[in-house]
Design a binder for this molecule. Sequence first.
Ligand code: Q9C
Ligand code: ZN
Length: 341
Amino acid sequence: MKTYYSPKHRLRQPKAELHDGQWVPSFESPERMDHILEALKARGLDEPLEPGGYGMDPVLAVHDADYIEFLASVWERWVAKGHQGDAVPNIWPARTLRDIRPQAIEAQLGYYALASDTTLTEGTWQAALAAKDVTLAATEAVLAGDSSAFALCRPPGHHASSSQFGGYCFLNNAVIAAQYARDHGKQRVAVLDVDFHHGNGTQEIFYRRNDVFTTSLHGDPEHAFPFFLGRADETGAGAGEGFNLNLPLPNGTTYRAWADALETALTAIEDFGAELLVVSLGVDTFENDPISLFKLTSDDFSDYGKRLGRLGLPTVFVMEGGYAVAEIGTNTVNVLAGFNA
Ligand code: Q9C
Ligand code: ZN
């Protein structure tokens, strides 16, 4: 399995994250990639390849143009206005205010954000662009006939919607991959999201479509981020009715129940008749993850990798979350090695 990777992810270095009333080092850090690279090497997987550039068309196919303009220019505008620290969204067109389009950058930050956990920093946009190019290179390899490929990228993507950033995500890499596959000959594409958190951006973007089936296993949004999407009764709308499957699971879920839900998702993907699978590969389901609530062990990741491999679909793995940095490499490579086994 080829791995694609770009060192440009380092251009995103969030200084801090507001957590439990304190500014703490951001959970979504450049070091995450170092640990995965190390594990790939230690386990004898192929050297990562650098992607080419794929331009903006695949991004504009799934994200709103004004949102993309905002992301591309926000840092320059923020600095030009005299701000010195990282940009943190902190005001929204909340239910009791007015949903207007603001001009002030401080207001636009909230307009285009869904959470305050994600800062905008110098270099964030360049890193996000590199992440989508890494993902598109992996997708292209699979479209060209590889049975699978791994996009080792950050910042992650699955919380990014058509028009909002948050949950550490800016561009929805998995969505960009799925749409690219649709635009290059695949008629039916499935996105399987195994990150601990619900893939709200992925769901939103494809919610009214029947050519991309989306399914997510995640911490019940009654108790877990993103709270405002991810319930089981969200099944798609319009032509997309029946083409979104949410499998929320309780806090403390261990592998037995998680694997049962995975089988439900895999059966649905087969019934849909997917020709290509995009896996939003978050490994924050791990028992020691610092911000998540499931209890998977490192061996469990190998087992579910095997189950994914048994589907026999051309598969693009796209890195999402995972914050237990000491074990993130082992857990990620366990999935890939299990898939190959
Ligand atoms: N201070 C992904 O796994 N915020 N995103 C947590 C903790 C939400 C996680 C707040 C976590 C989002 C891609
Ligand atoms: Zn996550």
